[in-house]
Design a protein around this ligand. Structure first.
Ligand SMILES: CC(C)(COP(=O)(O)OP(=O)(O)OC[C@H]1O[C@@H](n2cnc3c(N)ncnc32)[C@H](O)[C@@H]1OP(=O)(O)O)[C@@H](O)C(=O)NCCC(=O)NCCS
Length: 169
């Protein structure tokens, strides 16, 4: 089987990107969205990545041309001085997990930041999520700390652990 291909996501793929995301919105607390998103509601998010050096959206495509997942970098916080830090996210189809694809996609995402005015990369992980924590540690992230009970979803409160790594280790 041809190895999965990583490339920039296109607007035509936004519905598939949203479908992958909504699986986790509806079934997990990995995302703190409560209601599923639509391609229309996510269009501003997509546009943020177009032509940007620091806000990237990469997809990984399987041999059959179907998207297996996506990863992105976006703003960490709105205040301008935070501009040299980006927040990373990654979501694979459930059937694509545990095969090294997340490592491949994330490594490509961080390589794509080379030359960008980015100094730090952060990620917030809703706990528990062992594969996600393992992936971030593998890609050079260290635990900064954990906010306790900072989100409520599915009638329970969730902790979020924050991880950080330099853009250029
Ligand atoms: C998190 C996620 C992106 C990881 O991608 P993946 O392709 O499954 O991960 P990889 O196969 O590249 O494995 C990365 C590391 O995590 C470890 N890992 C993978 N699955 C694991 C599991 N179920 N439990 C513990 N560790 C696991 C692997 O051992 C590997 O470390 P190693 O190479 O040092 O052995 C993927 O599982 C996913 O999309 N999960 C659902 C979406 C989600 O939770 N996103 C939110 C934040 S990440």
């Amino acid at each position: 089987m041809d190895s999965p291909q990583v490339r920039a996501g296109t607007i035509a793929e936004l519905p598939e990107i949203v479908a992958i995301y909504n699986h986790y919105v509806l079934t997990t607390a990995a995302s703190f969205e409560i209601d599923p998103v639509t391609a229309d509601s996510r269009r501003p998010w997509f546009e943020q990545h177009v032509g940007s050096e620091k806000y990237r959206l990469l997809v990984v495509e399987g041999a059959d041309g179907r998207l297996l997942g996506w990863a992105s970098t976006g703003p960490f916080r709105p205040r301008a001085a935070y501009g040299t830090t980006v927040e990373a996210s990654i979501y694979l189809r459930p059937e694509a997990t545990g095969r090294g694809i997340g490592s491949q996609l994330y490594a490509a995402l961080f390589r794509s930041l080379e030359g960008a005015d980015v100094d730090q990369i952060v990620a917030g992980i809703t706990l528990p999520n062992d594969p996600c924590v393992a992936l971030h540690r593998k890609l050079g992230f260290g635990l900064v700390g954990t906010f306790h009970r900072v989100g409520r979803k599915f009638d329970r409160y969730w902790d979020v652990a924050w991880f950080q790594r330099p853009a250029r280790p």
